[in-house]
Design a protein around this ligand. Structure first.
Ligand code: F6P
Length: 327
């Protein structure tokens, strides 16, 4: 088998805290094993446009603590076409790159799987998304930081909610996954948590809010994941509750992209460092089509296609705990 001599690393899809730390780890592991490393700007789009940069151990100094990704990120429509992928392949060959580390979420991995099928190009994935919706890892890069950011923001909203005896609906990120909502909701003491994986229904929401008001609660927080399945967006939900429970003074807060920013937590920095080392070592071992993740606090490799399709289940115990805690 051909020995890998130059690895390309890129970040793609929605950015997440810890991506810089993961790039640093990939670059430094390459330096450790004395192989070359190229950074690819703007994910697949940069690959198509030949936007590469040579990186050595010193090029990644001072970034372990920085949010975002200095290689930038994008969701490339062109890479979804065979013509786009052909351009990307030609540029990799032109730059003598013979292995890729892809840092991103399911969209990034889906592109990688298709590309590998077409060109048999060695690829390893590192799960980088705040959503935590990837199979084969207990934590994706950036999830821990995003959780802490979200809890901190909800804590602040709680201060004003309680001063004014108000009910707040707080929308958090998670188009298809409720990990942030459920964990930040429990961590911040939310009254109710609405997630895409479990539709509690509007009646239960009203019952629960009515019950808590009668039990003497003067203010409440309802955490709503972006993709919750009640069929109403957060503003419609707030309106619905205000109409049905006029005793409540209701406000809405959408936390949005602030959850994707900020300096990564120590957990995410360590995770990024561990996964970067393993990703490079797998490529050097002539392995491909795998994702590196964390299972039982050990770095483990999962088939890349399975990582996308396997589904990362919500822990039902957390739903129960959330319900009991809102008593
Ligand atoms: O996938 C991460 C994520 O932050 C989701 O939680 C969110 O729904 C989406 O990205 C937002 O994407 P964009 O930044 O493209 O609006």
């Amino acid at each position: 088998m051909k020995k890998i001599k130059k690895i390309g690393v890129m970040t793609s899809g929605g950015d997440s805290p810890g991506m810089n730390a993961a790039i640093r780890s990939v670059v430094r592991t390459c330096a450790y094993y004395k192989i070359e490393c190229f950074g690819i700007y703007r994910g697949y789009q940069g690959m198509i446009e030949d936007d590469f940069i040579s990186l050595d151990a010193r090029s990644v100094k001072g970034i372990i603590n920085r949010g975002g990704t200095f290689l930038k990120s994008a969701r490339s429509k062109e890479f979804m076409t065979p013509e786009g992928r052909k351009k990307a392949y030609d540029n990799l060959i032109k730059n003598d790159i013979d292995g890729l580390v892809l840092i991103g979420g399911d969209g990034t991995f889906t592109g990688g799987v298709v590309f590998n099928k077409e060109y048999n190009f060695p690829i390893i994935g590192i799960p980088g998304t705040i959503d935590n919706d990837i199979f084969g890892t207990s934590h994706t890069l950036g999830y821990d930081t995003a959780l802490n950011t979200t809890v901190e923001a909800i804590d602040k909203i709680r201060d004003t909610a309680s001063s004014h005896n108000r009910l707040f609906f707080i929308e958090v990120m998670g188009r298809d996954a409720g990990f942030i909502a459920l964990n930040a909701g429990i961590g911040a003491g939310a009254e109710e948590i609405l997630i895409p994986e479990e539709d509690i229904g509007l009646d239960r929401l009203l019952d629960s809010l009515e019950r808590s008001r009668k039990s003497g609660k003067s203010s409440s927080i309802v955490v709503v994941a972006e993709g919750d399945k009640t069929g109403k967006n957060v503003f419609e939900l707030a309106e619905y509750v205000e109409e049905n429970l006029p005793e409540y003074d209701v406000r809405v807060s959408v936390l949005g992209h602030m959850q994707r920013g900020g300096s990564p937590s120590c957990f995410d920095r360590v995770l990024a460092s561990r996964l970067g080392v393993k990703a490079v070592e797998l490529l050097l071992d002539n392995k491909s089509n795998l994702m590196v993740g964390l299972l039982d606090n050990k770095v483990a490799a999962t088939d890349l296609e399975e990582a996308i399709t396997g589904g990362h289940e919500i822990n039902k115990e957390l739903l129960r705990v959330a319900e009991i805690m809102s008593t």
